[in-house]
Design a binder for this molecule. Structure first.
Ligand SMILES: [Ca+2]
Ligand SMILES: [Ca+2]
Ligand SMILES: [Ca+2]
Length: 356
């Protein structure tokens, strides 16, 4: 599935509050132009002040951000010892599943045994926050938009990812709220402020990927979640082969999802999206068809790790461009536009487990 799909991040496109964009080009791309990764808003939450998380472009600061945007290979140096260098990569397993290679153990006890390793656990869930951030950063999907997507011409549009990573038994879950400042509605109705869409991954330990390696055993894409028109779908087993991946600028795979035009229901493939319905106003359009620059329709916005409900790392989503919105409060998500006619609370997107 990845073979023959040489895609990579190739452009940095700023769309009001968007920190990065990951481009795609069909055909064989073997050169390596520099690409994404920059920005990052101010941090909040209790990250280890002794470490700095740098993207491969080399940014660093005195305190680790819980928000950021990056792609490609990640390295992270513990400045207190200079000994531990975080090494993170994505790849597909032999059977085509998205996996993470990582040399940092997830659980804090194992982490503490690694000299110089960053093991802060600000959200008190037993997982090293740096490992959580690597999972969120590298396994969250880029959004490949339809050519008719209104946000592309909306100068006020803001997109960001708000994530949560947690252990569930012997596995891990990644929840990602795919946030948009607005849902533009279909057929001129049902538009609202704020649009809280989501995906999730069920991950198992993957020793081939090192002490912090994980591989996908389940994927969930939400579409009109909780409505009569719910087309959310869980992919397991052979169905995981339906997921789409693009190569980033380090030639490593990045999950691609297809938000439907205007409504942003999230689909795993063009075929699933466009097969939903032929009924006008219920039908869906996905992916940039017939455009000159497909890379301009691939967006990988800034992200924040919200931590856990009992011990948040981020609550005020103003840090990712949604002022007035909360990761954890029982309030509707307004995409920074509230109060108004808004969408489902972000906390629901981080707490409701589609794999149970
Ligand atoms: Ca943690
Ligand atoms: Ca967590
Ligand atoms: Ca929507």
């Amino acid at each position: 599935m990845l073979a023959g799909m040489r895609r990579r991040c190739s452009a940095l496109v700023l769309v009001a509050g968007l920190a990065g964009a990951c481009g795609s080009k069909g055909g064989g791309a073997s050169d390596s132009s520099s690409g994404s990764s920059s920005g990052g808003s101010g941090s909040s939450g209790g990250a280890d002040a002794s470490t700095s998380v740098g993207s491969h472009s080399g940014s660093s600061s005195g305190s680790a951000d819980v928000t950021g945007s990056s792609s490609g290979s990640d390295t992270m140096v513990d400045t207190t010892s200079g000994e531990f260098v975080l090494d993170v990569h994505t790849q597909l397993t032999d059977d085509g599943r998205l996996a993470l290679r990582c040399n940092l153990p997830p659980d804090v006890a194992s982490c503490a045994a690694v000299p110089g390793a960053p093991c802060d656990d600000a959200d008190a869930d037993g997982l090293a926050d740096v490992w959580e951030d690597a999972v969120l950063d590298r396994l969250r999907p880029l959004r490949r938009l339809d050519e008719g997507e209104p946000l592309l011409t909306d100068g006020a549009a803001v997109l960001a990812d708000v994530g949560r990573v947690v252990a569930v038994g012997e596995r891990y879950r990644l929840f990602v709220m795919l946030g948009y400042s607005a849902d533009y509605g279909s057929c001129s109705f049902t538009a609202h402020d704020g649009d809280s869409e989501r995906v999730a991954l069920d991950l198992e330990p993957w020793p081939d990927g090192g002490v912090g390696g994980v591989a996908t055993v389940g994927a969930y894409t939400a579409a009109h979640e909780g409505t009569a028109n719910d087309h959310g779908r869980v992919f397991t087993g052979a169905d995981l082969g339906m997921l789409v991946f693009a190569l980033d600028d380090a030639s490593e795979p990045r999950w691609v999802v297809y938000p439907s035009a205007s409504k942003h229901a999230t689909y795993a493939s063009i075929e699933i999206c466009e097969g939903i319905s032929a009924i006008p106003c219920i039908d869906e359009d996905c992916a940039p068809d017939g455009v000159d620059d497909p890379a301009a329709y691939d967006l990988l916005p800034e992200f924040a790790n919200a931590g856990e409900e009992a011990m948040p790392r981020v609550d005020d989503l103003g840090v990712v461009g949604f002022p007035g919105d909360s990761a954890w409060a029982m309030q509707d998500f307004c995409g920074g536009q509230g109060p108004g006619n808004c969408s489902a609370p972000v906390r629901d997107k981080l707490l409701v487990d589609p794999f149970e």
